[in-house]
Write a protein that binds this ligand. Sequence first.
Ligand SMILES: [Mg+2]
Length: 413
Amino acid sequence: MTTRSWPRVIVHADMDAFYAAVEQLDDPKLRGKPVLVGPPGQRGVVLTASYEARPARVGSAMPMAIARRRCPEAIVVPPRFDRYQEVSRIVMRTFADFSPEVEPISLDEAFLDMTGAEGIFGTPEAIGSKLKAAVQEATGGLTVSVGISGTKYVAKVASGHVKPDGLTIVPPALAKDWLAPQPVAVLWGAGPKTQARLAALGLETVGDIAALDPTGLEAKLGRTGRHFFELSQARDPRPVESARRAKSMSSERTLAADLSSVNELRPYVRQAADVVARRLRDKSKAASGVRIKLKTHDFRILTRQRQLAEATSASEIVNATAQSLLREIDDPGPFRLIGVAVFGIQSSGAAGQLELLAARSEGGRLDAVLDALHHRFGPRAVQRASDLLSRTVFREDVNLDYLENDASPDEDA
Ligand SMILES: [Mg+2]
């Protein structure tokens, strides 16, 4: 595995028929039998059906009365949420042994960012096998299905591709082709109503959408159309939002004119880095990582991020890191939006030696002077000379980045 072919390694891990599997684990009499977890009477819905019940076309959210009719031999077990929570903690702890960046989605499902972990765990295949074995061992026998790709979206579709006990690896370069034959139902945000709308337009597979002109799709479906087009291209810039990383601050600017060269972008990165670093200092916080985000004129979103050796709130360090991340962007642009974010936010008391050195350095003293002037006279009172040299003016903060909203744009499921 090279970092070139796997710019990010994103894992989606989803426990198989979790509640039912826990019941079968705890009660050997239930093993190998169709089990429905849910309220014991005819009312309410099935929470989870064991795999033995699924050939009878019984599944989650189905009214219990229908499920019982379809699968009369099923054993109905009332849910024990305390126990599921207990097992969930074991599962999430196991995930945490693999990556500091774990984003739990529910009791039995999480994303892991394993980027850069190949030195410890090996190829994506090896990561997946080790993770599955570790979960099985830690829980005493539960299985998990795992999908691994370069984006959250494709990893999630991949983990559902083979179940139970699946392991599906989709190398990022093949992701678009891998998605193409899948039904539109795998598009994130496409519930039954949207699927029907897509079917009416003659769009049945993800590949049908990928082949369209995105502007036409946008005209028909609005923002959802653009969103589906991005997914059909296997593009999904959302980072794995671990509790640690979720604490982030960002400053984004829509540029008044599309800019192409990295040199033209430098002053904007500088300003955004200043803004977030100042916000950190205002709140007596420090951050352990820096991320930049660029949006191209055709709405592609590029991100690069780096973990710092030590948490910082120094403008110089945030800016230097962001500028070096900017150099890693090899896309020709032009770009319409630029942002700098810091993540891994902690109280600055936790910041280490580097932070103290920065505070004592010339840069640190300059930060303090600029902060004081900023507070006294407002944001336009003091500007760095490099900013004054750039002629393009800022618009107000506009965040067009709907792709990073976790809410589905058209949730009708
Ligand atoms: Mg599950």
